[in-house]
Design a binder for this molecule. Sequence first.
Ligand code: ADP
Length: 189
Amino acid sequence: MNLILLGPPGAGKGTQAKSLCDKFNLCHLSTGDILRNEVTEQTDLGKQAKSIMDKGELVSNNIILEIIKKFINENLSKYQGFLFDGFPRSAEQADMLDAILNDINVSINKVILLDVDQSILLNRIIKRKKEEGRKDDNEDVLKSRLDVYFTQTQPLIDYYSKLKLLEKVDGTKEIIQVNQDINMIMEAI
Ligand code: ADP
């Protein structure tokens, strides 16, 4: 089973991803987490990505392709499938994912959209900044992350609805409730 979690920054993708992966033995593929790790380790790739991430813009598709392929190869045989979190983030990345999955003969079973109104996102991210100290969790950078989301990522909602893969979940409910709503979708697959 392979899933995509879609939603704006601050929608709760990371939180939900963790419990879903535990429950269904999925491998959590978060491009944001992988990139942050590369930055911390000060790899060449991390050095290239850092300034772009700090501005809230999208890291180049070449870098993303490289990290995704490596991650999938390393984890393919260990889990029941992948949960893609923060990828794909644009139409081009959705095409990239299709090609990668085609090569290994697997497909996406569902795309779960965590739907949260823009007014709530800002407060959540300011709170997260206090708890986790992420450098891109500040008001200016958030504005650009949201812009990127609405212009580049949101069109994927239409793309995956047309493929009849999209399920929308209300991400403003309590964490546990959102979790149960997603579990119900998963159990129906
Ligand atoms: P959020 O969804 O909360 O904004 P992420 O942790 O998913 O944060 O991503 C943090 C940053 O990492 C993004 O703002 C972007 O710079 C970079 N990034 C993550 N995933 C991708 C991706 N698929 N393509 C390009 N850049 C990405």
